[in-house]
Design a protein around this ligand. Structure first.
Ligand SMILES: C[S@@+](CC[C@H](N)C(=O)[O-])C[C@H]1O[C@@H](n2cnc3c(N)ncnc32)[C@H](O)[C@@H]1O
Length: 340
């Protein structure tokens, strides 16, 4: 199977319109936010809106286009955070609930909330470097705010059914880690202001798509989604407005690949085989754990039985008139002998 890496420089609203209905298997993105970080003064840049209303309106148009190009039952993974307002930027305090506003847009576009994870991005101490009001000395009773150091990974499902496959290309060990609703992943990436963590994208791609699927990121930044999708044996489509980041992805990522990365011999059949192998690993692990538990139980029963025997013997010795101090001495001598 030949994978394709489609890397587009342009406004996602215009570029998505060129794509066919139901042509991608999964969408993943971290959208720009209204005025939290203004990436450019390009009028098409969603981070450059006049108001929250305009921002949510435009984001709604992008989501509607993604809904159109996504296959039925496909997943749209939205990564964002509810950020703290600042007086300087917003002229008010409190939090912007992207969760609430984006959820409404998704539901209006006939998506349903499927599942979610919380991403612990960095420590509260690091958040303090950017937000002075988090320092203890600046705390205000009754008005305390917490660090907004948690990102959300909301997974929405487009209505309809996709082909359901009882298998995954996730190992048992990965699942033991990833099934947790809280993901501790360090927030790092190449020189984009707000890069996706590759590990976060890897989890999403493997959890909600299959080998050979097409993964789309409409706000692709420095191409993290494309990089990870190709590495995981999926084709990728990324759209990024800013030429600087579009070029950065080519220079620091895609140009480093040789042609062989696009050749994948992975398939859904192979994924099923790996899944079955992992099921056997799981069975072996639980059989081993069961044997260990049984062995422990045998040992503990034996210990209890011997302790009862000792108690009974001691009672018989006392009944024969042997003093407790004498019995203690005999026990000590026996212990020394067994230690020696
Ligand atoms: C939060 S960043 C995404 C970073 C990306 N996940 C990565 O790993 O590099 C949002 C991106 O959306 C881009 N953007 C904003 N408006 C856009 C538009 N209309 N079309 C395409 N990209 C846009 C910004 O330039 C920015 O790079």
């Amino acid at each position: 199977m030949r994978l394709t890496n489609t890397w587009i420089n342009g406004d996602c609203l215009k570029e998505l319109k060129k794509m066919a209905d139901e042509s991608v298997d999964m969408v993943i993105t971290s959208p720009p936010y209204h005025n939290l970080r203004v990436y450019s003064n390009d009028p098409c840049d969603l981070s450059n809106c006049e108001s929250y209303e305009e921002y949510y309106y435009l984001l709604g148009l992008v989501i509607a286009e993604c809904q159109r190009v996504l296959k039925k039952g496909g997943k749209f993974i939205m990564q964002f955070e509810d950020y703290n307002y600042t007086i300087g930027r917003d002229n008010k305090m409190g939090q912007e609930s992207l969760t609430g506003n984006i959820n409404k847009i998704m539901l209006d576009n006939k998506f349903s909330l499927w599942t979610k994870a919380f991403w612990r991005k960095y420590s509260a101490q690091r958040a303090m470097l950017a937000q002075g009001n988090l320092y203890y000395r600046n705390m205000k009773a009754r008005d305390t705010i917490l660090a907004a150091n948690v990102g959300f990974v909301y997974v929405y499902k487009k209505e309809g059914d996709c082909e359901l496959i009882k298998a995954s290309d996730i190992t048992l060990a990965e699942w033991a880690d990833w099934a947790d609703g809280v993901w501790n992943i360090s927030n790092s990436g190449i020189s984009h202001t707000t890069p996706f963590a590759e590990e976060l994208v890897r989890r999403c791609v493997k959890l909600w798509s299959c080998p050979g699927d097409v993964v789309l990121d409409p706000f692709a930044g420095a191409g993290t989604t494309n990089k990870v999708a190709i590495e995981c044996g999926r084709s990728a489509i990324g759209i990024e407005l800013q030429k600087e980041w579009y070029d950065l992805a080519i220079e620091k990522r895609f140009s480093l690949w040789d042609d062989s990365v696009y050749e994948s011999d992975d398939s859904i059949e192979k994924m099923k085989e790996r899944f079955n192998e992992q099921l056997l690993v799981g069975k072996e692990q639980s059989a081993k754990a069961k044997t260990e538990k049984q062995e422990k139980k045998v040992m503990s029963d034996k210990k209890k039985e011997l302790q009862t025997q000792i108690k009974n013997l001691e009672a018989e010795l006392v009944a024969l008139g042997i003093r407790k101090s004498e019995i203690k001495k005999i026990k000590n001598e026996a212990r020394v002998e067994s230690d020696g």
